[in-house]
Ligand binder design. Sequence first.
Ligand code: 13P
Ligand code: SF4
Length: 307
Amino acid sequence: MVLSAEQDISARIAGLREDLNAVILAHNYQLAEVQEIADFTGDSLELSVKASDTSADVILFCGVRFMAETAYILSPDKMVLLPRLESGCPMADMAEADELRDMKREQPDALVVTYVNSSAEVKAESDICVTSANAVKIVESLPKNKPIIFVPDRNLGAYVRRETGRDNITLWPGYCPTHLRITATTVKARKKEFPDAEVLVHPECSLDVIDLADTVLSTGGMLRYVAVSKAMRFIVATEMGLIHRLSQENPEKQFIPASEQAICPMMKMHRLEDVLAALEGKKHVVEIPEKTRIKAKSPIERMLEAS
Ligand code: 13P
Ligand code: SF4
């Protein structure tokens, strides 16, 4: 039997995965062919949990850099590989540890609540981490009298502030450029076109888009929601990559992207060739200096305990 180039690469990846005792973790926004070869595909929280309890020797992470860093922070005895080392998250790059230290000096009583979309250095300055799946619940669990600095996503922070009714939350001015491309105008146009569709919105969208949602969820939450919803059509306000899994797991349902512009270039960097090259050469290793790793681990562990 003659294999296509893609089948050949997939077969070689499967062989190396076996030889190296590797696990391939992929975020829900990855290219379809990358999701297909992954052992596990999920949202940021699900991937962190997987990374913390795998028995593999090598974790090959198809996601953005902060996700691979989180895997290493939780499992430093594993080799963590990121097929394309330059795949950083622009929102994570909007918060520097130095600036956060300055803000902490201005508000010495505040708790620092940090979205996992952040560098290890910023996590090391934080009290607790959150993801889009647990941010509201975690903030609700914190003492009401304590002010909060929410880093770095101003949109997720504004949503949490509104949901929890806490007005003592200072928002860092970061945002996701990909979710910013989803506007209230485009969502309203889609709703007009498909009035029977349910609107699923990711909390990295701005509040005016969130206001149009039937439900606001992480990518993993959207997958679980669609599986049990009676609706047959959904307008999906998040990065386009999620549509692959939604369609695969629910072939009888229709998924309409809120914006076809919502494509994260950083998430789309890893191709099958890059996965193969990283496994072959055991290269593009992600590591964090031990002092930073230890400090960054506590807020992530607090989040996992509270989730
Ligand atoms: P979740 O998959 O955790 O909802 O996160 C979305 C995201 O933007 C990750 O970069
Ligand atoms: Fe970062 Fe947005 Fe891309 Fe997620 S979708 S990795 S938050 S830029």
